[in-house]
Design a binder for this molecule. Structure first.
Ligand code: NDP
Length: 341
């Protein structure tokens, strides 16, 4: 079976019926390919931007991100998975290997060697996803190369109990910051505190009220995954010459452009001489990715970070994985898990 994008989401946001599960022919493994059984499927908020596709591309002619993130209705979706090699006609891969792949959302795929990546030795597939893969790279590289904090900085991370946010928090802590994170449930707050961060539940207390309470002298740095009203509160709380790293804006993705939140206090950027910088992880140079991979692997080995993943079980339940990101059902990396026979 495979998942296709049936249609772009409408005014009410993403609905499971925007996707369609259909039967497809069993693929055959050609030379230079492996036959791969899908085991874990990465769920990422930006998939929602890719579903919006054309609409987003119309607004930003020439943007490399929007060109990449444009799924065509009617086509099978290709994204990050971990899978088990059932048969190999590719050098360097054998039956029984667990690998990462960029592959279509199918239960079984024939994948060419160029789209495969070995799983790091001694690391479970979910730990590799949560601590070493794309979202971990985003949290680490975004903090290191964009936020560039100083020891002693007071730093705030929104979406802190998510895959990217957690690694951003850990990276800020390793760089000597005092870290305050927000998340949408009491359990997530407890988890963040267990990791050595201060935390609050933005559903119980507004971001502005909580930041005034926890950081009365203001913020030096912010790593924002949420956007909208959260960003507005952050602008209010920033100290002179601080940095706001714009990593994501999940509060704004599942709506039409005209429904999005208009941040009202952008003048703070000027008055406080703030650096406000967005980034896309894939555009850091290869040597930065290599260094991030080495550092995150050593943190995982030394227990400075650990596997934190949430699962939606069953290939057919994939839409729940996407909905869950927007409802906050995940702590850490959201994965759809397909049982291996
Ligand atoms: P997460 O694991 O953080 O999952 C999404 C989380 O967002 C949910 O668990 C939920 O947690 C929170 N959330 C959902 N809706 C809202 C809302 N309206 N207001 C506040 N919080 C909300 O996902 P990722 O780690 O994959 O992604 C996090 C962010 O990082 C996204 O914005 C994403 O687009 C961005 N990103 C950017 C990249 C880049 O290169 N710039 C690369 C990868 C990700 P809660 O319970 O706390 O509400």
């Amino acid at each position: 079976r495979e998942w296709i994008l049936r249609q772009r989401p409408g005014p009410d946001g993403f609905q499971p019926s925007d996707l369609e599960l259909r039967e497809c022919p069993m693929p055959e493994c050609q030379d230079g390919e492996v036959l791969l059984a899908t085991h874990l499927m990465s769920m990422d908020p930006t998939m929602r931007n890719a579903m919006a596709g054309e609409e987003a591309a119309d607004r930003t002619e020439g943007s490399a991100y929007y060109k990449m993130m444009n799924w065509a209705p009617g086509s099978v979706i290709t994204w990050r998975i971990a899978g088990l090699v059932l048969e190999s006609k590719a050098d360097g891969f054998s039956k029984g290997d667990m690998v990462f792949a960029q592959a279509p959302w199918r239960e079984i795929n024939a994948v060419s060697v160029g789209a495969l990546q070995k799983m790091p030795e001694g690391v479970s597939p979910s730990a590799a996803f949560s601590c070493l893969a794309m979202t971990a790279m985003t949290g680490y590289l975004g903090v290191k190369h964009v936020t560039r904090p100083k020891p002693g900085d007071v730093a705030y991370v929104s979406g802190a109990a998510g895959a990217t946010g957690l690694i951003a928090c850990h990276t800020l802590k390793q760089m000597g910051c005092r870290v305050i994170g927000s998340a949408g449930s009491g359990d997530k707050v407890v988890y963040l505190q267990s990791q050595g961060f201060e935390a609050f539940n933005y559903r119980d207390e507004s971001v502005l009220t909580a930041l005034k309470r926890l950081a009365p002298a203001g913020l030096n740095a912010c790593f924002d995954n949420v956007g909208g009203e959260t960003l507005e509160a952050v602008l209010e709380m920033m100290n002179d010459t601080g940095c706001i790293t714009l990593c994501g804006a999940i509060s704004q993705y599942d709506s039409k452009p005209e429904q999005r939140y208009g941040v009202r206090n952008l003048f703070h950027i000027i008055a406080k001489r703030l650096r406000v910088e967005g980034f896309i992880v894939g555009f850091f140079p290869p040597e930065a990715h290599a260094e991030a991979s080495e550092t995150l692997s050593s943190w995982l080995r030394d227990g400075k970070i650990s596997d934190c993943s949430s699962f939606v079980d069953g290939f057919e339940n994939l839409p729940d994985g996407i909905m869950g990101l927007f409802r906050g059902t995940n702590t850490g990396k959201m994965l759809v898990r397909v049982p291996l026979e």
